[in-house]
Design a binder for this molecule. Structure first.
Ligand code: SAM
Length: 290
């Protein structure tokens, strides 16, 4: 008997599609395809989408998640680097979810290079099972490029999910944690086992949700804030005074700026919230325009 979700892809359909396309999943492109409808339902539910959303999906692969999205939102723009997969997606959605096929646009491009000019409409949400080797750069690129994105729900390696959602003071709090929190509130939204994928990866996966928020600073501040974050974590064992001496010209100048921003110069970068880095960038900007 068919169920409301019978259009989703299971192990047999994934195997058949891969055979038809002669696709041998490659590690280089992080090709691990979800063959479990339950996992697709979990991801879509965790994304908490509205019927008006325009979703950008990075790496639709054989269409597992795409099929779970097209019946939920107004439009899905799927960005896939592999031409064989990009070329087959429309047909898969037309065959398995014909009523929603006109909601799909496929763009055959590298997600690290995609710009607003490549998409038919500005996305309001990013939902993706990201290719693991480029997951953080893709996430940060899309947040930078598309300020229209208000919600993110991505599947990444469990360890990367932990790092993205880490809080100051923890050992795994680092550059991805601070940069992601520049855009909004970052939380872990669940764990995913290895067996929902074909081929099964060696490591567990995790879901990360970002609720994009206006945090009281402009997006343009990014180009001043992110270099400070990079420098502060470049030598994890050193104090902020020492890590930032290059950027400020000397240890004394770094100390002066940190004190002006109400930050203890003897702290290490891992103790600061993104708000602290933003304040420091403001001090630096104000003093350079004096
Ligand atoms: N969404 C599918 C699923 O859940 O079964 C596939 C996910 S698989 C982990 C990652 C997908 O991203 C693959 O289809 C791969 O070809 C694609 N990909 C890898 N690097 C990419 C890039 N730089 N830009 C766009 N797509 C990429």
């Amino acid at each position: 008997m068919s169920t409301p979700d019978s259009h989703l892809l299971g192990p047999v359909e994934i195997r058949d599609l891969a055979a038809e396309l002669d696709v041998t999943p490659t590690k280089k492109l992080g090709q691990n395809f979800v063959h479990d409808p339950n996992t697709v339902r979990r991801i879509v539910a965790a994304a908490d989408l509205s019927p008006d959303d325009v979703v950008i999906e990075v790496g639709p692969g054989l269409g597992s998640l795409t099929l779970g999205l097209v019946d939920t939102v107004r439009r899905v723009v799927a960005v896939e680097i592999d031409p064989r997969l990009a070329g087959r997606l429309e047909q898969t959605v037309t065959q398995r979810a014909p009523a929603f096929a006109d909601r799909l646009d496929v763009v055959n491009i590298d997600a690290l290079k995609v710009t607003a000019a490549d998409l038919p409409e500005a996305p309001t949400a990013l939902v993706a099972n990201l290719p693991y080797n480029v997951s953080v750069p893709v996430l940060l690129h899309l947040l930078e490029e598309f300020p229209s994105i208000r919600r993110v729900l991505v599947m990444v390696q469990a360890e990367v999910a932990d790092r993205l959602a880490a809080q100051p003071g923890s050992k795994i709090y680092g550059v991805p944690s601070v940069k992601a929190s520049f855009y909004g509130d970052v939380t872990r939204a669940g764990s995913i086992g290895k067996n929902v994928f074909w081929p099964a990866p060696k490591i567990e996966s995790g879901l990360v949700r970002i609720d994009v928020r206006d945090k009281g600073w402009s997006r343009e501040a990014r180009s001043e804030v992110f270099p400070l974050i990079d420098a502060a974590f470049a030598q994890r064992r050193k104090t902020l005074r020492s890590c930032l001496s290059g950027i400020f010209g000397s240890g004394a100048a770094a100390e002066e700026a940190l004190v002006a921003a109400d930050i203890d110069p003897q702290l290490r970068g891992e103790k600061l919230l993104v708000d602290d880095y933003v304040r420091l960038a403001e001090v630096r900007k104000a003093s350079s325009s004096d």
